[in-house]
Design a protein around this ligand. Sequence first.
Ligand code: OGA
Ligand code: ZN
Ligand code: ZN
Length: 428
Amino acid sequence: MLSQGLRRAVSLLTSRTLVRRQLSARIVDATYVELQPDKAGATTLTFPGVWLRDNCRCPTCFHSSSQSRQLDWNQFDASVRPLALHMDAAQQQLHVRWSDEHESSYTLDWLRQRSFDASSQRSYLDDFYRPRTRHWAGAEFEQIAQRFNYDQVMSEDEPLQHWLQALAVYGVALLNGAPLDEGVVRRLAERVGFIRRTTYGEEFIVQAKPGAKNYAYLSLPLPLHTDLPYYEYKPSVNILHCMVQTKSRGGSNLLVDAYHIADRLREEHPQDFERLSRTLVDWNDIGSEDGREFHNIWRAPVICLDAAGGYTRINHSVPQRDSHFNVPLDQVLPWYESYARFVQLARADAYSFKTQPGDVLTFNNIRLLHGRTGYDDTEQNSRYIVGAYLDWDIIYSRLRVLKKRSASSSSSSSSGSSSSSGPTASAS
Ligand code: OGA
Ligand code: ZN
Ligand code: ZN
């Protein structure tokens, strides 16, 4: 694809292994730096010169203790060109001399981890940036729902990593064996990062209460919903710790993967999908907590999409949908028809199960719909659930740190392996 153009090449024999490998670099089209494979089957790596210059690792351009770029971008020349290359096989480094008279060095591992090759970028994005989601129908719940032991998650990194990975991929995971104390949700959240506070506090108690200020704090059936759709920054993950479960018939949890429902709408009812992903709905919550009045509103579609058509968030709540509906008159009835279809499909797909004392249900609040069947408390038995939220930024960050750590411990225990051990390679 790239024409021959200007090129300079330096080839050396690697001294790293007994096998003599050819390792070379050349400039292509005066702007690209191309690294030829040093082992059979490896692909050629091509890097834009401007990107390499921007990412120089020298102490002037890069501040190592903060791992941050500090090159002076007021002086940056986007037309900068590589003039000469030198491959240091012993150090496994590439040296570049630039048209702005600067010189830079990059380790080959660092370069390989930042390959512009489409499949490397795909695996970095799907495994390290954010795990690729797998959508599921209610009937598949028992196959996809992974269960973890609370004590192991609290004390060992591997179960912690697997729990967070399952949560990211499937949007739900269960922990069991938690002690029956109110500190569990905080300890779990702090094992990951820190609790996301909302109007309702940090930890909250879900219990039937007289004069309930939130619809959930009744023993009535709680229809499928997402929590806090009226926040622009909606809490990401719910942690619900069952301390006392009702002995009456109800109190079961209902869960639906709304990404699966959205997939079905997109496929089977494209017009409904279109309306639900374009129409801004007013979500609200009005009340007071600890003497402070609040009036929350956020306008967003039921199905929120990114520029590529991927899902970013689902909003659904019957009680928390505002009576203000700021859309043109002629859009109202069609929207109701489409929303009714979405709710019907979701309800028909809901998986129902009942957590027991010591179970902690964790799920993605911006993806799954959840609900609860109605129940009856008695004097001896009142259902008692402690909840808290975590945010995805905090969870993904923790997951990446765990993945880097487990990749570096597995690569140091398998010394002699020539594979790179950075994030891309660590992705499983
Ligand atoms: C809630 C909720 C679920 C339950 O409080 O928003 O969904 O099991 N509770 O009570
Ligand atoms: Zn530099
Ligand atoms: Zn809820």
